[in-house]
Design a protein around this ligand. Sequence first.
Ligand code: UD1
Ligand code: CA
Length: 453
Amino acid sequence: MSNLVAVIMAAGKGTRMKSKLPKVMHSLAGKTLIEHVLDIVGRAGVDRSLVIVGHGREGVKALIENRAEIVVQTEQLGTGHAVLQAMPYLEGEQTVLVLSGDQPLLKSETLNELVKLHQAQGASATVLTSYMEQPFGYGRIIKKGENLVRIVEEKDAAPDEREIKEINTGTYCFKGSALKDALTKITTQNAQGEYYLTEVFDVLLKHEKKVLTYRTVNSQEALGINSRGQLAEAEGIVRKNILEHWMSEGVTIVDPASTFIDAEVILAQDVTILPFTRLVGKTKIEEDSVIGPQTNLENCTVGRGSEVTCSVARDAVIGECCHIGPFSYLRPGTKLDARVKVGDFVEIKNSWVEMGAKIPHLSYIGDTHVGKSANIGAGTITCNYDGVNKHHTKIGDHAFIGSNTNLVAPLEVGEYAVTGAGSTITKNVPAKALVVERSQQVVKENWHREKIK
Ligand code: UD1
Ligand code: CA
């Protein structure tokens, strides 16, 4: 499709959301509403996208300025006024697709069908409609036979018009020149005193231009997010679609009802997701890995054949054939090479753990490099923070850290070195050495006292 421009209205405050955040910045399956809409028009093959911003425009701009042209609407005087702001940037011969930033469930195939019909029929304007069982809040499509007569807003509609179930999805296709011309003629004579984009249809019909309707059979596509309730409704639909997609790609999801996977997550074939698991952000899981139950991974990579059980991880990289959990907590900057074991009640932050190392129980590892096949005993703590600065610990390959060792950073423990259980190590340990820091055990024979009667 050549010379197709998308104009996306995203300047409104979203009053009904009752939020500090502009409506289009709210997140749906881990991706903002405006990014969903930009992805949809991108897949539909538009040549340019213009986004009309207003409320909270700095945030919206920062999020999308590398992928869309930004047009500012300083005052929100209605959808017609919003689209008018984009007109100086358009040429008359272009086909203009107008959408709302709050409609993230549209299908790009539907947009393609809309544009195809519009162009094939040489229409001046085509509105995408849908039937809705509960049409409350949407503009209604008033027709005479098959022909559009007008689009009426809920607040302007007569009682019999409110009974109509064919609604305006808020998505349209226009001939650029017809849109430009008609927008200069709309008024604010309506219940809300706003410039309605839908009045463009009145203007075009008055001038006997060809206007069409195109109805999509999937009414879910029309869902506009105006409230938190509608946001949750959309979340449910998107979530179900995502789960169905990954199952069709060969992922086992044992309990879809308790599994939450964000839009940008990538899963390989033969991954298994066990119940009560959330995969968030840009998480990526390779083949044959088993994730869950009760696991939360955010922006993590998991290599092939790993198991992550009852654990939480954020901004962490887990290598191949690792065993994580139950009850491990991997924080940002954790990098685990292949065959690493991290067990129960272990927290790791900003640390690199090399191949085959084991941290099986009750440890805190921060700002540390753990060498290959090192064994970190239960209760090991890297004391990385002196109250002012963070310090680094290096544990050599094959080192054996005895249970309940405190490693006071900055510190280096050489390869094959051993620390005795219960030691507090404050000085570097040479390779292959045994270090013990422990007071002598005192034994007092026959110390047991008889009870005094
Ligand atoms: C609009 C339509 C309605 C349709 C519905 C579909 C009009 C008059 N009504 O109503 O027929 O059924 O969408 O969801 O067009 N916006 C701006 N600047 C403004 C006003 C709005 O950019 O001055 C943006 C909003 O941020 C939003 C979009 O336009 O993304 C739609 O506005 P909204 O107030 O949600 O319109 P609806 O009442 O839903
Ligand atoms: Ca809306």
